[in-house]
Design a protein. Structure first.
Length: 213
């Protein structure tokens, strides 16, 4: 956020941005009021929420449990009712994991639909800004506000609104393709009626997909 020092948990990386991140600015322009900064795992690399030199938040429902991470502070702030929503990051679960651990919705947008301009990168090609809320409708509302093309972000994509088809189709394999490979390594083990001294023997045989349903 503009004029607010960011510390990805290393003094050498501390900086004060001259402008807010693209996503943050769109929220402010829509009327959002920034409340504060939240804790997270160092450099956003962790899924348990305990890797921060500033201490770590506990699970909202049971202090004996971890909060999940890396966006641990964001999850606890929402779960505790301090804010209606909080932004986090999600490269490999950093938003969804703490959301799940604290009974929240962790919304990770499609890559490129939200700009990552202003985000300190963990993995530039995979990073996503995410939002944690108490309901899916709130996450959808944030998505509506934030989703927009950012010409300064090389991974940003223009939104394409397309309605889901009214008639849904399910693909079904043709009958002659409903068998597993006949090679020995890929045969499927199924219980047989043959008993041995050690109990029921497993007999290896080919199994048609139709028998597994």
């Amino acid at each position: 956020m503009r004029d607010c020092q960011r510390r990805p948990h290393a003094r050498s990386f501390a900086s004060t941005p001259a402008k807010s991140a693209f996503v943050v600015q769109r929220l402010i322009d829509a009327g959002a009021i920034p409340i504060g900064k939240t804790n997270l795992d160092q450099f956003a690399t962790g899924l348990n929420g305990t890797r921060s030199p500033y201490g770590f938040p506990c699970n909202f429902y049971n202090p004996a449990y971890i909060s999940g991470g890396s966006s641990s502070g964001s999850a606890i702030a929402v779960a505790a009712g301090l804010v209606d929503f909080a932004l986090g990051t999600d490269t490999a679960g950093s938003g969804r994991v703490p959301a799940a651990f604290n009974n929240l919705v962790g919304f990770k947008p499609t890559r490129g639909s939200w700009s990552t301009g202003g985000l300190v990168p963990a993995c530039r090609s995979l990073d996503c800004i995410t939002v944690l809320t108490k309901s899916l409708s709130e996450a959808e509302e944030i998505n509506t506000v934030v989703r927009n093309f950012d010409p300064d972000d090389p991974y940003s994509r223009r939104a394409v609104d397309s309605a889901l088809p009214t008639l849904r189709r399910i693909g079904v394999l043709p009958d002659n393709e409903r068998e597993f490979s006949v090679t020995t390594n890929m045969l499927v083990s199924t219980p047989s009626a043959v008993s041995t001294g050690c109990g029921t023997r497993m007999e290896r045989k080919r199994v048609r997909l139709s028998t597994l349903s």
